[in-house]
Design a protein around this ligand. Structure first.
Ligand SMILES: [Zn+2]
Ligand SMILES: [Zn+2]
Length: 466
C-alpha cells in the first residue's frame, strides 16, 4: 500500500484562454490558441466576452513548472532515483534489500524494482554553524574558514543542508492532510543585489498562520525561450502611494496599470544578466508559482487566494484554481494594504479602475473580489495581512549582497524559509510552524538540525515492513 493516499498534482500546461470571471469560457484552453494584435500587444481573444487576455508563453511556463517542482518538492536524495517521486504525490513503498559493504541499508523500490541506497545526513555541529553564518549574512569564505573546509566543500554542505531542511519541512507539510479550508496570501518583491543585479520574487504564506509555503524568483537555471526572457529596463511597478488616502492610492495604482500597454507586462527595472542563469518575465513566473501552489490547495475542500493588487499575477491566480472556482470551491481576491486601515471606503464598497473592480474596506486596507459572487461560501477574512511582508523583511535581512551563481542563493533562501517557519517567533511567542500545528515549541537551530537529521535518516518507515 502506498505510504500516502494522494492523487497526483495535475499542473495546467496551457494558459492562453479567457480569464474573465463570469464568462463561460473562463479557463478553457485549446490546443492551438489564436494570437492577435488588435490591442497593440500580443494577446488572445475571447469571442464570448470580447476580452483580450495578454498572450502567455506556455513553453516558458511549462519549463519553469518542471524546474520548480523538482527544486521544491522532489524526494531527492531519499526517494527512488528511477521513479523520482515528489512530495504531495503517492509514494512508492520501499523494502529492505541487504546492506552496502559500508553497512548502509539498501532498499528496493516496490514500484519499479530499482535497488538504491537512500541518502543520509550525519549529525554534525557544522550544520548549526552554517545556519548561523548564513543568517548572520556572513560571506561564504568566512563561514568556510570557520568550519575549516575549502570553499567548494562549503557550497556542497550548504546544498545538502538546504535539501535536508527542505525534506524535513515538506514532509510535515504534505502529511498535514486534507483540510476543510485554507487561505493563501501572495505578494511580490524586488530583491536588490550589488552590480545592478536584481530579482523579482513571489512569496506565498498561509494567511492564517504566516507559514511560508513557497518562495519563487524569476531566476531559472534552465534555458528559457527568448519570448519568456526578462530584459526590460524601465520601471512600471505600482507604488503603494502611502502619502495618499486609500481611495486615491487605489485610483493611482489603476492608472499605473493602464499606463502599461500590456497589463501583465511588469517591468521591475534594470536587471543585469546573471552567470549560469536566465531571468524570466514576472507574469510567467507567477503562472508557474500558482500551479505549484496546487500541491497545497488540491486537498482542501475550499480555499481562498489573496493576491497583492498587481495585475501581472491576477491571471496566474485564476489559472491556479479555475476548476475549483467554477465549482464554487475556491475564490480569488485582491488585497491592498494601506495604513489608513480601510476607514475611507464605504462598507458597501466602491468601484475603482477600468475593470470596475469593487473594493471593500478591512482593518489593514482594502480588498476586492476577483471572483465576485452574490454570496461567498466563505467570506473574505485575512487573519495575518502582514504575513508575506514580514517573511520578505526576514529574507532581505539574510540575503547575500551579491549573486555570483544561482545555486547558493537558492540554498540560502530555502534555509531561511525553514528557519523563519520554525524558529522565528512573533510577539506572542508563536512561530508559523506552531500556528500551523507542526510543533508546540519555538525551535532553535540545534532543534532544527536534529529534526532534519531524524527525518532524512528515518524517511523510509522500515519498521512497518518488519
Ligand atoms: Zn470570456
Ligand atoms: Zn522506483
Amino acid at each position: 500500500m502506498a505510504r500516502w493516499g494522494r492523487k497526483m498534482t495535475v499542473y495546467q500546461r496551457q494558459f492562453n484562454c479567457c480569464k474573465a470571471f463570469g464568462c463561460t469560457e473562463l479557463g478553457k484552453t485549446s490546443e492551438s490558441p489564436e494570437k492577435v494584435h488588435d490591442m497593440g500587444f500580443e494577446s488572445t481573444y475571447c469571442p464570448k466576452c470580447s476580452s483580450f487576455p495578454p498572450w502567455v508563453d506556455d513553453e516558458t511556463v511549462c519549463s519553469l513548472i518542471d524546474e520548480l517542482k523538482d527544486q521544491h518538492f522532489s524526494l531527492k536524495p531519499v526517494g527512488c532515483p528511477q521513479c523520482l517521486p515528489r512530495f504531495f504525490e503517492t509514494q512508492p513503498e520501499a523494502s529492505r534489500y541487504g546492506k552496502t559493504s559500508a553497512g548502509r541499508q539498501r532498499l528496493k523500490c516496490q514500484r519499479c524494482s530499482k535497488i538504491f541506497t537512500p541518502g543520509s545526513i550525519d549529525p554534525d555541529p557544522r550544520w548549526s554553524q552554517i545556519i548561523q553564518g548564513v543568517l548572520g549574512k556572513r560571506p561564504a569564505l568566512s563561514i568556510a574558514y570557520d568550519i575549516d573546509v575549502a570553499p567548494k566543500v562549503y557550497y556542497q554542505l550548504l546544498n545538502r543542508l538546504a535539501n535536508g531542511l527542505r525534506i524535513m519541512s515538506r514532509k510535515l507539510e504534505s502529511d498535514h492532510g486534507k483540510r476543510p479550508f485554507m487561505a493563501i496570501l501572495t505578494e511580490s518583491k524586488v530583491l536588490p543585489f550589488k552590480h545592478g543585479h536584481s530579482l523579482w520574487a513571489l512569496t506565498s504564506c498561509d494567511a492564517n498562520t504566516g507559514y511560508v509555503l513557497l518562495n519563487t524568483t524569476n531566476l531559472s537555471q534552465n534555458p528559457i525561450p527568448l519570448e519568456g526572457q526578462y530584459s526590460a529596463k524601465e520601471f512600471n511597478r505600482s507604488k503603494p502611494y502611502h502619502q495618499l488616502g486609500l481611495y486615491k492610492a487605489l485610483v493611482k495604482r489603476y492608472e499605473n496599470t493602464m499606463a502599461r500597454l500590456n497589463y501583465e507586462n511588469l517591468n521591475y527595472g534594470i536587471a543585469k544578466p546573471i552567470a549560469r542563469a536566465q531571468l524570466v518575465k514576472p507574469a510567467l513566473v507567477a503562472y508557474a508559482h500558482f500551479q505549484l501552489l496546487r500541491n497545497f490547495t488540491q486537498h482542501c475542500e475550499h480555499f481562498h487566494h489573496y493576491l497583492e493588487h498587481e495585475s501581472c499575477i491576477r491571471g496566474a491566480g485564476l489559472m491556479g484554481s479555475f476548476d475549483e472556482i467554477k465549482q464554487g470551491n475556491a475564490d480569488v481576491f485582491y488585497v491592498f494594504r494601506h495604513h489608513h486601515s480601510g476607514k475611507e471606503l464605504s462598507e458597501e464598497g466602491v468601484n475603482i479602475g477600468w475593470w470596475n473592480d469593487r473594493w471593500y474596506p478591512f482593518r489593514a486596507g482594502a480588498w476586492s473580489p476577483i471572483t465576485p459572487r452574490k454570496q461567498f461560501r466563505k467570506n473574505f477574512h485575512l487573519e495575518l495581512p502582514l504575513a508575506v511582508k514580514n517573511a520578505f523583511k526576514h529574507l532581505l535581512g539574510v540575503l547575500p549582497k551579491e549573486i555570483k551563481s544561482p545555486q547558493p542563493l537558492l540554498a540560502i533562501m530555502e534555509i531561511q524559509r525553514c528557519f523563519y517557519n520554525f524558529c522565528n517567533h512573533d510577539a506572542a511567542g508563536y512561530t508559523p510552524a506552531m500556528r500551523q500545528g507542526f510543533t508546540d515549541l519555538v525551535w532553535n537551530t540545534d532543534m532544527l538540525v536534529n529534526a532534519m537529521v531524524k527525518e532524512v535518516n528515518n524517511f523510509h518507515d522500515l519498521d512497518a515492513n518488519l
